[in-house]
Each structure stands twice: as C-alpha cells, then as structure tokens.
Design a protein around this ligand. Structure first.
Ligand code: AP5
Ligand code: MG
Length: 215
C-alpha cells in the first residue's frame, strides 16, 4: 500500500508516518528528513537546503523530484511507502504521477490532515526530539516520563529544529497555503483524497487514518 500524508507544517505527518511504519511495515519517505541529512553532510547542496529551510521557503521542484525519484527506485519501497512532505506543489504532484506510472507503482490513498493555523504554531514551537534516537516530544503535549531523559533510549540530550522558530513558522504556513494547498483539488478530482481531523488527539488521528486504509 502506497500513501501520501498531506498537511501543513506541524499537522502530525511525521508522528503518524512513524506509527504506520511500526504497525504496517511501510517505509516513511520524508523529504524534510532527507534534506536535514543533506544539511548535516555539509557541501554546497546542504548549505542551500540549510538556508532555504531556515527561511521557511521551499526547495526547487526539480531537486525534490529527483530526490524522490531516486528514493522510490530502491527495493525497500516494495513493502509500501508513506510520502511525508512530498509532493508540496502541483508540479511535484504531476511529476510524482509520471514517476509512479513509469515504475508500475500505484497511489492508494492521499490523506489530508486538517489542523487550523493557531494550533500548528503551538505544536511546532514546542516540539523537540532526542538527539540520539530521534524520538519526538513536545514541551506541553508529549513530555518524557522522567523529565530530561528520553523514554526510548535514556539519552539526556535533546534538539530543536532550526526552522521551528515562531517567525519561520509563519512563512512555512504561508508557503503551505499558497503552494501546497492547491494539490488538494488535484487529488480530490481524481477521487483518492480523504481527510482526517488532525486536531483530535494522536491516538484518535491514528484510528481515523486506519479507518481510511481499511475502507
Ligand atoms: P518537513 O520536514 O516536511 O516539515 P513540515 O511539512 O513543515 O512538517 P513538520 O515536520 O514540521 O510537521 P509534521 O506534520 O511532520 O508534524 P509532527 O508529526 O512533527 O519540511 C521542512 C522543510 O524542508 C520545508 O519547510 C522546506 O523548506 C523543505 N522541504 C521538505 N520537503 C520539500 C518538498 N517536497 N519541496 C520543497 N521543499 C521541501 O508533529 C508536530 C508536533 O505536534 C510534534 O511535537 C508532535 O508531537 C505534535 N503532535 C502531532 N500530532 C498531534 C496531535 N494530534 N495532537 C497534539 N500534538 C500533536
Ligand atoms: Mg515532519
């Protein structure tokens, strides 16, 4: 099964994609994570990604299409995949269609996670992760059981994303409404779009996604 989780920054795409990886053995393909790995490697492309992401803008379509094209050519995607953060423009969506049909792959579901902007700002500015294993937390909504100690690996080091500052979040939301939201009618017209209430609690959102996948 191949699906897209579509939603604004902070909608919970990453949170739900990781749950689907565990429950269904699907592979999470997060373009944001791929770009952050590129930034960590350094190099000119990494520097470009660092600057664009810190400004809350989008990377060029051509680069992102190439990145996903390479990724979906790897054998592990045969288990099924969850696209998280791609496509983000109509041009990316049409390029994805072409790549999938060339590879004989099919898109089963596009799931829109609906959350209003005010809630997104709160979620993103409070988010942090374990620096060692990457488990995600939130200052108010998802704290470690023992303060300052990761539940999963026991590490005491945590980090925050460079683009999670309030001023960058407003640009990221603007980009979503201007560039990414026009993808919704594209998929609605093709009959593959379903929406879930991304403002419900995390377990309830998982239940709603499972209901879409079962339907
Ligand atoms: P990317 O990494 O994709 O970031 P994003 O889309 O802005 O989304 P986030 O990762 O911030 O949010 P999320 O939906 O994964 O939410 P999460 O589960 O973490 O992209 C970053 C940048 O890379 C872009 O700005 C752009 O520059 C570039 N880029 C990436 N892809 C690109 C592309 N295709 N084209 C061009 N440029 C691209 O949840 C957020 C928080 O809320 C967490 O703390 C979580 O615990 C909490 N939470 C989650 N669900 C709930 C819930 N139901 N209730 C309460 N809290 C919740
Ligand atoms: Mg994410």
């Amino acid at each position: 099964m191949n699906l897209i989780l579509l939603g604004p920054p902070g909608a919970g795409k990453g949170t739900q994609a990781r749950r689907l990886e565990e429950s269904r053995g699907l592979v999470q393909l997060s373009t944001g994570d791929m770009l952050r790995a590129l930034v960590a490697e350094g190099g000119p492309l990494g520097q470009q990604a660092k600057d664009i992401m810190a400004a809350g803008k989008l990377m060029p379509d051509s680069l992102m299409v190439e990145m996903i094209g390479e990724r979906i050519s790897k054998p592990d995607v045969s288990k099924g995949f969850i696209l998280d953060g791609f496509p983000r423009t109509v041009a990316q969506a049409t390029a994805l269609d072409t790549m999938l049909s060339e590879k004989g792959l099919k898109l089963d579901h596009v799931i829109e996670m609906q959350v209003v902007d005010d809630i997104l700002v709160d979620r993103i500015t409070g988010r942090y992760t374990c620096a060692k294993c990457g488990k995600g937390y939130h200052d108010r909504f998802e704290q470690p059981k023992v303060q300052g100690v990761c539940d999963a690996c026991g590490s005491t080091e945590f980090k925050r994303r460079a683009d999670d500052k309030a001023e960058t979040v407003s640009t990221r939301l603007e980009q979503y409404h201007q560039q990414t939201a026009p993808i919704l009618p594209y998929y609605r017209d093709r009959g593959v779009l379903k929406s879930v209430d991304g403002m419900a609690d995390i377990d309830e959102v998982t239940r709603q996604i499972e209901a879409v996948l079962a339907g």
